[in-house]
Design a protein around this ligand. Sequence first.
Ligand code: HEM
Length: 416
Amino acid sequence: MTTPQHADDFLHDLRLRSAAEGGVFWMDDEHLAVFEPTAARQVSSANWHGLVMHDRLIDTLRRRHSPQMPWTRIRTAWLTQLHALATAEHTSDLITRMRLIIDARLGDDVDLVLLAQDVAVRSMLPLALTGLTDRESDRITQDLDQKLLRLIDRDPGGSLRHRAHFAAVQIRAGLVVRRVLRERAAGRRARQQDLTDPIVDLLPELGMDRALDVVTSVLTAIGGPPGSAAASVLYELVRNPQWAERLTGELRAVETAAFCAAPTKAAPLTHRFVKEVLRMWSPPLLLMRRARTSFDLGSTRLEKGCSYLVSPHMIHRDPRFWQQPDTFDPDRFLPGAPHGPADRAHYVPFGWAPKKCIGADIGTTQLIALCHLICTRYRLTVPNADALTMACRFAPVPQHFRGHLSLAPPDDAEKQ
Ligand code: HEM
């Protein structure tokens, strides 16, 4: 599949084709677009049914076998851990980490895309992997940062030297994860309440290489969409001052304890705002998958080994399912709103079962918490806010999005 220079034009063309061809069409000889909501759900369900982790290439080369590991066991282990982490205390800790990162940049002229990424990833990292030394933590975040820069196209280049550096950073981060897994398993490092810990228990069955893959998949997952969504939240707050004001009213009035216990209940208007941001600007924009099996989608047959693309973004912007899909309006998520989602399949910012995002709840909490901080504790100033635009790369990226944060005057912040 060739991607035109201008990703925005490419997506625009895809939208037109999708509307004309009913959401399921061949983009070229090998790539099937599956942008119709029911078909996307079916294809995901069929493709990942009974997914098992097999031997890795290295096992095959060494003629050794690892026991098969159903993917559902990994997901269950993660979801159990996330359930234990869904407490008011953990939410409060998450907000404190976010606040400290922003406080350190007060008054600076900052690139708000990178700041949003920093806040989202560094505050979320302890949920995935904690108990690290500063040096270890730097190695992991350096790897996540460079992967993100590559995705949002701020990468200075693809020279050999640059690629070698990229690989070296990635290998060093992998060595940290291996060391943590090994030392926790051997009792030389304390066990922690994070998403890596259940993998320590599965280590004898998984083996080190597959365990590294599993932990890396969580790290990669927190390194991409949360930061992109956080940047989109800032973008919409700046572009919609009347909504920022409404959110401020709600968030100033809410008690901290109630907010930390259940942010979506304590701040329903802010929750609607975040849902609308995720509808308009769902990251990643396109998800490419390889068919693990052949299957039929109406009159179209997808053969095993071919690739298909699914996209929450394309579904969320399809005028067949959403009225005025390009208009930002959080009130479409009010119960019974005529311009809201007519079906659950029309709103899928976290993907589809059985591979649906495990971090949907904590990710939403983090975005609501970001709104809380920005609307009550800080003042966000962005020159030329009216001229801001969003570019579509791997994910939506606000362009030339610079500004500065200062503390809100004491009167504004007193309910903090
Ligand atoms: C607003 C924030 C987030 C968004 C928009 C988001 C979105 C997504 C999407 C679209 C997928 C692909 C689902 C599919 O293939 O059908 C995914 C997968 C995943 N996400 Fe998230 N995510 C977010 C936050 C998080 C967080 C905070 C975590 C970890 C705590 C996380 C962990 C994962 C994992 C592990 C997967 C892969 C699941 C699997 O392969 O079974 N995500 N996410």
